[in-house]
Design a protein around this ligand. Sequence first.
Ligand code: 39S
Ligand code: ZN
Length: 767
Amino acid sequence: MQKNNLGYPRIGARRELKKACERYWSGKIDREELLSVAEKLRRQNWTVQQEAGIDLVPCNDFSFYDQVLDMSLSLGAIPKRYTPVLTQNRENTELDLYFAMARGYQKDGLDITAMEMTKWFDTNYHYIVPEFYKEQEFKWFSSKITEEFTEAKKAVKKTPKPVLIGPVSYLLLGKEKEEGFHRIDLLKKLLPVYVEILSELKALGAEWIQLDEPFLSLDLTEKEKEAYKTAYEAIAKACKGINIMVATYFEEPGDNTALAVSLPVSALHIDLVRAPQQLDAILEAAPESLSLSLGVVDGRNIWKNNYEKSLDYIRKAIDAIGEERLFIAPSCSLLHTPYDLDAETGIDPEIKNWLAFAKQKLGEISDLSDILEGNEGLLEENRKAIESRRISSQIHKQEVKDRVAAISEKDTTRHVGFALRQKIQKNRFGLPLYPTTTIGSFPQTTDIRRLRARLKKGELTRAEYEARIEKATIEAIRTQEKIGLDVLVHGEFERNDMVEYFGELLEGFLFTRNGWVQSYGSRCVKPPIIYGDVSRPEDMTVRWSRFAQQHTDRIVKGMLTGPVTILQWSFVRDDQARSATTFQIALAIRDEVVALEKAGISMIQIDEPAIREGLPLRKKDWPAYLNWAIGAFRIAASGVQDETQIHTHMCYSEFNDIIEHIAAMDADVITIETSRSQMELLEAFADFKYPNEIGPGVYDIHSPRVPTVEEMVTLLRKASALLPEENIWVNPDCGLKTRKWEETEAALTNMVQAAKKIREKVEQVVS
Ligand code: 39S
Ligand code: ZN
């Protein structure tokens, strides 16, 4: 039985790639140096995988920014606006074009926007969305795929396996930028380019090629199913002698099983961690010509594999189809897990023995194979670790379980309805129409981050650190007063990240030193690990909110991360339902909300940017999820008095299909991302007659560009045409932590001006 891997993290164990990219972007290192960092990382990754005994070592899983963007460059799907980047006598390379597509290009007289970014299925990884036009053409443009194969062939003994996004998923991941066609219709034009690349890979000696087709496990239309047949028949016909492995993950093919096993390919990879129930049906349906790659090691989480369970699946498959046709693999690319557990020296050894990061997961694949060959000792050791976790007193806290069991209807409802709350709150706050605010965070400058690094290294005392954070907070308050914002925030300088910060303070959570995973481009996160029942031993944010409120006469909004987002952006328990964990977190956040209210904070924002991305990949599973996710938010938000105003914030606000659930959250104010869609996303709220207050983002914070007063007034006019005036707030799209202070001040100054202008207009109409 061969050992297969689908992909490996590429950011570097110490985020070497992140640092090198950022230095390249700021002109501190040249192209050669960046390329050499990248080459070294690839070599290290290949070596680790080879040493772990992986037979099919992936290549082309490396990326400077994102693997979907890499495909767009390989397939020549480069939007026209980037043409000037490579022409007009600029000394740019293909790499600069690539980064321009990812990040925009504001240099030497050009101002070109970046391509859009969105979440990779239900993960916290973001990809760059391919743009498609009616007259879209494709041609083999970048030779990254073949170059990396050639490079990998030199580095590993067995023939490496190039990994590409399959043609149907590539199209479905993209977006039509013009009316009048469906992107799937572009398949005919796209396929010849795939055939060209695959044929060249074969000529260079490739034996296996992995084509990722996660959409094969999602709800598909008839037309999309047809596209799968067309695509793989065309590839099979034109590329004889290449073994194609189609990889599905994050769900099961389910009603697409017959289609999946009928594709004329050599192997199908299935995710048995997310969807173990599919195994029987797949084994039953698989024709003799099809091999199966069994994804038994969790590529999305950090728990040690339960060998006994995995071996059950593997043995069942052996009995059904024989071991010659089987591969053992992780469930999906290991991109979503941190590098190396061995580098974590601060974790309680009992808990550490329950965990496995990317490197350890390679070892697990090899262990499983060894156990099948008779190494029973490995199985015994694993059994002990699994049992130690199952019964550990560090995990189970009866009082937490009891409190969740006792949650009742009244814990999920505010005392009075929104209409009455709105009156009470308008009275209390006396804000102008179109009140201005921000989403919460202010620039996390290198200086601020360095303070935290020095605190961790022991170069600063806690008192010195806090004094510096207090200074930054006061400065932020003064700046906001000067700009003239109506509702202020404290700036979140004390937070490393909006989830990790809470993970460090809550019980049942564990945090790592180097457990980085890529979130987008060079941006990484260190998701905390939820290992046990969750409780809140002490206040988490009260000190900073109270401090900020004491330094101004204006309202300071308190800032919390919501239960669903904390769940979604952490590594979660796999020994209880996600809903159970979320309710535990919701109670902890509820206690914090009440503590903030007691400390005199009158507006409290509970961010839930991840509610939408948590939606199950199959529509049939939506209602159950929405029921508990919205319920958890309401538990967190409903402990306060009527006059306390609850805000929430969401990014990526495509709400058409879940608007009634957004309304059911019953937040007094919701701020959303709408500027990039020119307020289009607001229509869902207007059509629904969404009753509560809304702050539609008036400028995009993902770009350093300072928006003009006029463009924000235009957006506000659009919003006021759609929504009742007394319900509209004025704010940016999202938090400002990734921006610089100059940009932030300039943009917010213009934003406040825009609010003034729109208010003047209203007064004229009234008088
Ligand atoms: N998921 C999570 N968890 N959090 C989010 O904010 C988001 N937002 C969306 C969706 N998913 C999310 C994605 N957006 C960053 C920004 C936006 C993101 C995601 C990540 C981000 O800025 N990440 C930082 C980065 O990649 C790391 C944040 C962090 O935890 O640079 N920083 C730590 C801190 O502030 C560690 C700082 C650090 O790097 O304490 N220290 C240096 C080191 O240890 C030393 C500092 C120096 O001397 O320069 O080497
Ligand atoms: Zn946001």
